[in-house]
Design a protein around this ligand. Structure first.
Ligand SMILES: [Zn+2]
Length: 689
């Protein structure tokens, strides 16, 4: 621990990057939990400490999936990224993710930066040129990226496997592995054609990576990150193509390369550098300080699916280019699940940020709190709405909110909103004041080691300390007998509130700023925390307001219902109709006598769950039919309903009642039933055939 802190002190400033979200869809809670909230907490904490820090973000706007989406929707790739870049940027703003710049890789400055980066590596001879055969669509005159080729998986025979992966069995594939390959553009059989590409020979960097990471970061990188990297390196690294035949992306800056772009994994991390350049141009700063000065510390916040790119490939690029610093740490997170199921964009199994704020307005900090306290720091973790409600009601509201509210209300009530002086300290007071002094260092220690859950728990412990102090001392009981003592109790309580407004800020920025404003405190910094002198006797505080409100069962039930609906919709999407039964002759069909009828009476059949006794006017007669529909319809709701009735079905006894005929029903895939109703205006007894 000592050496680590010493190591951090050698840096003058910190460049913090967060994974560039892919601009082909909106953001969900998994993105926030795994990357952006921890990054934001870390950056806010460093800013509060007065350290030099730059927080970089942006949209990743290249790559094949965006071109496929554009093609499906009949718009240009630029239309797709313009739309989602705005949605994503707005979500970050709404949740208080405090980027110094949020840029995008379709910007001109990024194309220039990526081209320069490639060109320097090319000129240094860092790439290998290789000609290989790749699938080509002759009708569209275009090479086919992996996702543009479908065919039968050689492992599981799934017929719609992609050129890079079979989504049925999960196997990673080469396009040439597919049986019966087809172009997704024309549907034709593609032909193999020679094409030239440039490769980064990662195997050349193996020894250096072993030394730099396996030896050099044994102790300070998180075990989940270190373990994954070690496993990649142990399995041996291979050359990776850095270019692609595609018409969307950063053009390869070499002659005779029409139709070729930089592969998205090569250009996207350079996006961090481009964004820094853009920020520097806007603010009159020097971008190179943040990327090339050895006294700058580079930290990448990412999800675990990005580890190989940020711990192996991008560092190899930076090392090869030669003028850049390397990441000092890559605190990657695992994945967040939702209600015990993997978050999935294609299955719409997600809590979308833009919807959350419409349905639970003003509750940014509640989500930030819940996602941090459940952060998938070292293993996958689960978000449930029940837990969300309980963390709001039992922690934020019952502890933090309740404590602050009582301290402010009592000060208002007893002392007209003026901070009372300390009139004398008991041993307990002294103990509490000493404890206040320990919180900033404790929270710092956890944050410096990227232990966000632990840091958040410590922050909450400060609120807990205040809540307990008030409850134990019961100023509302002793105000009549010992007003002086109440002055001291409230002074200490308000000092704890002031401390909270500082140490809660990285985690709950909206709440912390409201609290600071209620206390009429100038913007305090991290170094101010830990003392009991933040408010002076006589300082005025404002009219109290609630910082949190109770989340009712109905609001949670609505969210759970929404997810249930998604499940049902997904099942409907996956539903396959049963194959048709064996053919029958017309004579067989003609035997069925189906008529238009109307339900005159309906009642439940006693002692059964499923049966209704119906009286039907068939136009021929009025007869009784027993129907197994009681689980889906209330008797009073179906009286007067037009139905189709099979009138020549042999009568049958059911529960001692003669049933004469059968009502035709459609059965949905989830088992629910609906009437096959004749059109309006058809009189009872009309034949259906
Ligand atoms: Zn397969």
């Amino acid at each position: 621990m000592e050496t680590k802190c010493a190591a951090q002190n050698q840096f003058k400033r910190t460049t913090v990057t967060s994974a560039l979200p892919y601009a082909n869809g909106p953001l969900h809670i998994g993105h926030l939990a795994g990357v952006y909230i921890p990054a934001d907490i870390f950056v806010r904490y460093l800013r509060s400490k007065g350290e030099e820090v730059l927080f970089i973000g942006g949209s990743d706007e290249h790559g094949v999936p965006i071109t496929i989406k554009a093609r499906q929707q009949g718009v240009s790739p630029q239309d797709i990224v313009d739309k989602y870049h705005e949605i994503i940027k707005q979500s970050f703003k709404d949740f208080g993710i405090s980027f110094d710049i949020y840029s995008r890789t379709s910007n001109q400055i990024h194309h220039e930066t990526a081209s320069e980066f490639f060109t320097k590596m090319y000129d240094q001879g860092d790439f290998i040129e290789k000609t290989s055969e790749q699938y080509f669509d002759e009708e569209n005159n275009q090479f086919l990226a992996d996702r543009y080729i479908t065919g039968t998986c050689p492992h599981c025979s799934y017929e719609r496997a992609y050129g890079d992966q079979c989504e049925n069995c999960g196997t990673t594939l080469n396009a040439t592995d597919l049986i019966n390959p087809k172009s997704a553009l024309s549907g034709n059989v593609p032909v193999l054609k020679e094409t030239k590409h440039w490769f980064l020979p990662l195997d050349k960097y193996e020894n250096w990576l072993k030394e730099w990471i396996i030896e050099g970061h044994k102790d300070d990188w998180k075990p989940n990150v270190y373990g994954q990297v070690k496993s990649w390196i142990d399995h041996g690294l291979q050359a990776r193509a850095v270019t692609r035949d595609l018409d969307w992306g950063v053009k390869v800056p070499l002659p005779d390369t029409e139709g070729k772009v930089l592969y998205v994994w090569f250009d996207a991390p350079i996006g961090y550098i481009s964004a820094t350049r853009e920020w520097a141009e806007q603010t009159g700063n020097n971008w190179e300080t943040w990327w090339k000065d050895p006294e700058s510390r580079l930290i990448h916040f990412i999800g675990k699916d990005n580890i190989v790119f940020h711990c192996i490939i991008f560092p190899a690029m930076l090392k090869a280019e030669g003028s850049y610093i390397l990441p000092d740490n890559v605190p990657a997170f695992e994945f967040l699940n939702l209600e015990n199921d993997k978050i999935s964009t294609s299955r719409n199994w997600a809590v979308w940020l833009h919807e959350y704020l419409v349905e639970l307005p003003g509750k940014q900090d509640v989500l930030r709190y819940v996602l941090t306290s459940n952060a998938p720091e070292t293993k996958d973790n689960d978000f449930t709405w029940k837990d969300f409600q309980s963390k709001n009601n039992n922690e934020l509201l019952a502890i933090f909110g309740n404590f602050v509210n009582r301290a402010l209300v009592l000060t208002q009530k007893y002392f007209d909103g003026k901070v009372p002086p300390i009139t004398g300290l008991t041993d307990e007071d002294k103990k509490v004041i000493a404890e206040i002094g320990q919180f900033p260092a404790r929270i710092s220690r956890s944050l410096d080691l990227f232990r966000f859950r632990e840091a958040l728990a410590e922050m909450m412990n400060l609120a807990r300390l205040g809540n307990k102090y008030l409850t134990d001392n019961e100023p509302w009981k002793i105000i009549k007998t010992d007003r002086e003592r109440v002055r001291t109790i409230l002074n200490i309580s308000l000092q704890i509130c002031a401390n909270l407004s500082i140490v809660a800020e990285p985690f709950l920025p909206f709440t912390a700023h409201r609290l600071a404003s209620l206390l009429n405190l100038e913007k305090l910094r991290w170094k101010d925390a830990g003392t009991e002198g933040l408010l002076k006797p006589g300082d005025l505080i404002r009219e109290p307001e609630y910082l949190f409100e109770k989340i009712e069962d109905e609001a949670i039930a609505a969210q759970v219902q929404k997810l249930m609906d998604t499940k049902i919709n997904n099942a409907a999407g996956a539903f396959k109709a049963k194959p048709a039964r064996e053919n029958i002759g017309f004579d067989d069909f003609a035997k069925l006598d189906i008529r238009v009828g109307i339900i005159l009476e309906a009642e439940k059949v006693a002692k059964t769950k499923k049966l209704l006794k119906l009286k039907i006017d068939t136009g021929i007669d009025k007869r009784t039919v027993i129907s197994g529909i009681a689980e889906y319809f209330e008797p009073e709701d179906i009286i007067g309903k037009k139905v189709s009735i099979l009138v020549n079905l042999a009568p049958k006894q059911l529960k001692g009642i003669d049933s004469q005929g059968m009502i035709l029903m459609a059965e949905n895939l989830d088992g629910t039933l609906g009437f096959v109703s004749p059109p309006e205006g058809f009189v009872n007894g009309s034949e259906i055939r």
